[in-house]
Design a protein around this ligand. Structure first.
Ligand code: GAR
Length: 190
């Protein structure tokens, strides 16, 4: 059985989809949840699902090995960032080479980087007059939204789209694809 750790600091809808996807799986399960926001929706989900959840201490995250050790002690096979907005420190990346992935709500390399999350992304995509957007699932490196692309899926933008309607289209793709890609990565290495 493979162990998935999820970092999530938003509403937690992608984390929820991944937890649901693996609930009856013989392949993997979500065994640890981490968040840097005490009010994040993920803590309620973790409690319902009885998954250990940890509020990240910023100082300790960026200095020292507390979270590397926590993930190693939990025998983590894959680290999944699902709405986690901090850069991942070098020691954590080095401890899980090629085993940390992120989802971004646009077609990288466009519309990524610091401050590009949630409605800011969709507003920027519409302001640029793009005719399509989508999702990018990628490996994580030490820069924002920058590692190798694993999957991109697209959706069309219509002239009457707003940031809210575009966000819904993109979220459908996220929920459809993220659990499948997590499964694919875990399967390909087992
Ligand atoms: C998702 O749309 C994800 O793509 C985005 O945060 C949202 C989290 O939603 N991540 C980024 O923007 C990373 N740069 P959720 O909390 O409902 O899963």
């Amino acid at each position: 059985m493979k162990n998935i750790a999820i970092f999530a600091s938003g509403a937690g809808s992608n984390a929820r989809k991944i937890i649901d996807h693996f609930r009856h799986s013989g392949l993997a399960k979500v065994t640890l949840i981490l968040s840097n926001k005490a009010e994040a929706g993920i803590f309620r989900i973790a409690e319902e699902e009885q998954i250990p959840a940890v509020l990240i201490d910023k100082e300790a995250f960026f200095r020292g090995d507390r979270y590397v050790k926590l993930l190693q002690d939990a025998k983590t096979d894959l680290v999944v960032l699902a709405g986690f907005l901090w850069k991942v420190p070098a020691n954590l990346i080095a401890a899980f080479p090629g085993h940390i992935i992120n989802i971004h709500p646009a077609l990288l390399p466009k519309f990524g980087g610091k401050g590009m999350y949630g409605h800011f992304v969709h507003e920027a995509v519409l302001a640029a007059g793009e005719t399509e957007s989508g999702i990018t699932i990628h490996y994580v490196n030490e820069k924002y939204d920058d590692g190798g692309v694993i999957l991109q899926e697209r959706c069309a933008i219509s002239p009457d789209d707003t940031p809210e309607t575009l966000a819904r289209k993109v979220q459908v793709l996220e929920h459809q694809w993220f659990p499948l890609i997590v499964e694919r990565l875990l399967t390909s290495e087992s």
